[in-house]
Write a protein that binds this ligand. Structure first.
Ligand SMILES: [Zn+2]
Ligand SMILES: [Zn+2]
Length: 396
C-alpha cells in the first residue's frame, strides 16, 4: 500500500512515528527495565498537553484523551514497550546500540503507532464522545505487565468499556490487517514433574525403584491426553521438553524431573489437561512403586476476541486499507498478555502486516534479523484511529 492512501492527519504524523520507532529501536529495554522508553512516551504525551501517569507496574504509562461531544464509552488502546535479550544482526542505520538487547518483536513499532494515534485522536476528540485511555505496558515478553497494571487500576477511573491492541505481524504482507474472531492466542501452562523412586546399584535393579522407567512411561502416558481425552477438533498441545535424571552409568538415580508446556484455546480444555496430568502423575509412577509430584505454573490465559468488536475492527480496517486487504489470521499457539484485558472487557487484538520482500522485512519475530516495514506504522495508526472512533460511538 502506498502512503497516499493514508488520511492527511495520519500522513502528517508518520515521519515523527518513524523517528520515535527508530529511536526506541536503537535503545531497546527488556521487561520491567523500560525506563528510558517510558520517559520518551511520557514526554511525547506531555507535548500533546496530556498529564501522563507513570510508574504503573514499574514502568507502565497511561494518559487520558477526553472527548468534547458528551458522554460516551471509555476505549482503551494498548501498546507493549519491551524488547528481547537478542543481539541484533541487521545492518541498518537505526540498529540497536546495546549488545544482547533488541526490539526483535516489533514493540518499538507498537509504541510509535500508539503515540501517533494519540496525536491524531487528540485533534479529533473535540467532535467525539467518551474518552480514550492510552496504555503503554511493560514486559509482554516475560511474566507480563498487563495483569499488574490492571491490579493497579488501569481498567478503573474511568472504567474501561472496550479494549484494543495490535501486533505488527511478520507472516502478513504490508498493507494488510488481520482479524480473528474468538480465541486468537493460546493459553499457556508450564508443567514441572518430579518422579521419585529409590536409587541404587544399576546391577541390582530389583533393590531399587527406577524413576527413569516410571518417568518414561509417564511421558508416553501424557501423550494420550491430546489424542485420547480431547475432542479431535479442539486444538491443544502438551509437550514434554526437558527430561533430567542421573549422572552416572552404573547408578539408578533417586529421582527424575520433567518439564514441559501445555497450550489450549479454552478453559475447558485447560481443565481437562490439568485434570488428566494430575491423574497420570499420581497413578503411572505409583504403578512402578514410585511417586509423582506435579506443579502447574499458569502462564497467560487465552486471548479471546469479542465477536462484535472483531467486526468493528474489520469494518474500521476495511476503511483504512480497503476490504480486500483485511485478511483472516490463523490462531497461534503463542501466548499474549493482552488476554488479561480481554478477560475483563470486550475488545479485539488484531495484526498489521510488515512483510515486504523488496525491503527484506518479514523474518520471524524474535529472529536477530527481524525488521519491520515502516509503511506499516502509518497503516497501524490509520486503523487504530478508526477503531477508536468507531468504538467511541458505540451505544449500550
Ligand atoms: Zn515477542
Ligand atoms: Zn510481541
Amino acid at each position: 500500500m502506498s502512503e497516499s492512501k493514508l488520511s492527511p492527519a495520519v500522513a502528517a504524523v508518520l515521519p515523527e512515528a518513524i523517528a520515535i520507532r527508530r529511536d526506541l529501536h536503537q535503545h531497546p529495554e527488556v521487561a520491567f527495565e523500560e525506563l528510558r522508553t517510558a520517559a520518551v512516551v511520557a514526554a511525547k504525551l506531555r507535548e500533546l498537553g496530556l498529564k501522563p501517569r507513570t510508574g504503573i507496574a514499574k514502568t507502565g504509562v497511561t494518559a487520558l484523551l477526553k472527548g468534547g461531544a458528551g458522554d460516551g464509552p471509555t476505549v482503551l488502546l494498548r501498546a507493549d514497550m519491551d524488547a528481547l535479550p537478542v543481539t541484533e544482526e541487521n545492518d541498518v542505520p537505526y540498529r540497536s546500540t546495546i549488545p544482547g538487547r533488541m526490539h526483535a518483536c516489533g514493540h518499538d513499532g507498537h509504541t510509535a503507532i500508539l503515540l501517533g494515534a494519540a496525536r491524531v485522536l487528540q485533534l479529533r476528540m473535540p467532535e467525539l464522545p467518551g474518552r480514550v485511555k492510552l496504555v503503554f505496558q511493560p514486559a509482554e515478553e516475560t511474566i507480563g505487565g498487563a495483569e499488574p497494571m490492571i491490579a493497579e487500576g488501569v481498567l478503573d477511573d474511568p472504567p474501561v468499556d472496550y479494549a484494543f491492541g495490535l501486533h505488527l505481524w511478520a507472516p502478513q504482507p504490508t498493507g494488510t490487517v488481520g482479524v480473528c474472531a474468538g480465541p486468537f492466542m493460546a493459553g499457556t501452562d508450564m508443567i514441572r514433574i518430579r518422579v521419585t523412586g529409590s536409587g541404587g546399584h544399576a546391577a541390582m535393579p530389583a533393590q531399587c525403584v527406577d524413576p527413569i522407567l516410571a518417568a518414561a512411561q509417564l511421558v508416553t502416558g501424557i501423550q494420550s491426553i491430546v489424542s485420547r481425552n480431547l475432542p479431535p477438533r479442539e486444538p491443544a498441545v502438551v509437550s514434554i521438553t526437558q527430561f533430567h535424571a542421573g549422572d552416572t552409568f552404573n547408578v539408578i538415580p533417586p529421582y527424575a524431573e520433567l518439564v514441559g508446556t501445555a497450550r489450549y484455546y479454552s478453559d475447558a480444555v485447560r481443565d481437562t489437561i490439568r485434570g488428566r496430568l494430575e491423574q497420570l502423575v499420581r497413578d503411572i509412577p505409583a504403578a512402578f512403586g514410585a511417586t509423582g509430584e506435579l506443579t502447574v505454573i499458569p502462564g497467560y490465559p487465552v486471548t479471546v476476541n469479542d465477536r462484535a468488536m472483531t467486526e468493528l475492527v474489520r469494518a474500521a480496517a476495511a476503511e483504512a486499507v480497503g476490504p480486500e486487504q483485511v485478511v483472516p489470521v490463523e490462531p497461534v499457539m503463542g501466548g499474549e498478555d493482552f488476554a488479561y484485558f480481554l478477560q475483563r472487557v470486550p475488545g479485539c487484538y488484531f495484526t498489521v502486516g510488515i512483510q515486504n520482500e523488496a525491503k527484506g522485512t518479514g523474518r520471524p519475530h524474535h529472529h536477530p534479523r527481524f525488521d519491520l516495514d515502516e509503511d506499516a506504522l502509518g497503516i497501524g495508526i490509520e486503523t487504530l484511529v478508526r477503531v477508536a472512533e468507531r468504538a467511541l460511538q458505540q451505544t449500550g
